[in-house]
Design a protein around this ligand. Sequence first.
Ligand SMILES: NC(=O)c1ccc[n+]([C@@H]2O[C@H](COP(=O)([O-])OP(=O)(O)OC[C@H]3O[C@@H](n4cnc5c(N)ncnc54)[C@H](OP(=O)(O)O)[C@@H]3O)[C@@H](O)[C@H]2O)c1
Length: 338
Amino acid sequence: MPSNLNVAVVGATGVVGQELLKILAARGFEPERVRALASEASAGRRVAYDGADLELQAAGERAFVGIDIAFFAAGGEAALALAPVAVEAGALVVDKSSAWRMQENVPLVVPEVNGDDIRDSEGIIACPNCSTIPVAMVIDSLRREAGVERVVVATYQSASGGGRDLLEELEEQTREVAAGRRPHARVYSHPLAYNVVPGGWKLESDGYNEEELKLAQESRKILHDPELRLVATCVRVPVPVGHGEALFVETTRPLGPERARELLAAAPGIEVVDDGRGAEFPTPADAAGRDEVLVGRIRRDPSVDNGLALWLVADNLRKGAALNAVQIAERAIEMGVV
Ligand SMILES: NC(=O)c1ccc[n+]([C@@H]2O[C@H](COP(=O)([O-])OP(=O)(O)OC[C@H]3O[C@@H](n4cnc5c(N)ncnc54)[C@H](OP(=O)(O)O)[C@@H]3O)[C@@H](O)[C@H]2O)c1
């Protein structure tokens, strides 16, 4: 990304915003080119940036003047209220929240899969959910050769996926349990330390929650496959960073594990960590801080005709959020959209 652009990070104090600042610093953006925005409560405080610090400003009506690209990592409410303000001020908005994702005139983009959709942007580009991005990348790399009929996903999602407050809550609860006390849930629906929670997201219809429906709906939009059959069970695990996902993929044509390994290894942004015997596999700790989606445990699923079982992990703050957003911006620049 040309580092002579002016960029804003809305939500600069949050876990995704902090990762965005790290990536912008690594891309060579001078502090003068980066505007750190947060809620009014944070205005005047400072956030670290590349060995220096930036003064936080409140994200309001005047905050986007002179900004070329505005990265939003501040939740749906702020995105709904302020993304149009940023567009009006002349910025391209890349939003991490779910507020705009399913709007017809808003591309929902994983650059490795549907980067060309950026061309349809009217000013706002949405970044998919952290558990959707790696699933879309894996499905896309397999379906190009074998087609995909049906996908079953079980997620193992880290605490940082729920933001700064849940990450802090996990740390507090871990200390409480270590001290022999009952952990207290304040932010999440259930205690997460020393536990596994198959829920905690907003409930939707038929016993599914918002996260599970997002995975299916967003995958269909990104893959341009409105008929894609995908069902998910989303689970929160007591891991700080890195989402794991078990995937069962039914392909249209036969696809053996060896060929699947080759296809995945050749796919951009994916690294295969799999010795073919099941002894070597990637864990969330391996993915934390990494840019790639790591895939392993690639096996034949003998319960269906053309079935593959596999496991993936990805850093939910990087490829699941901040990195994907920066890659969208970079692609938009290449395409002349900014
Ligand atoms: N965490 C993940 O793995 C992940 C992955 C994909 C997508 N996302 C999405 O990314 C967004 C940020 O998530 P997060 O996990 O980074 O959350 P977080 O750690 O809770 O941080 C939220 C950030 O939003 C700011 N904010 C809140 N209300 C605001 C307002 N009205 N105006 C401006 N800033 C406001 C907060 O600022 P203050 O400090 O001033 O309160 C803080 O900087 C959410 O939409 C989330 O769904 C997160």
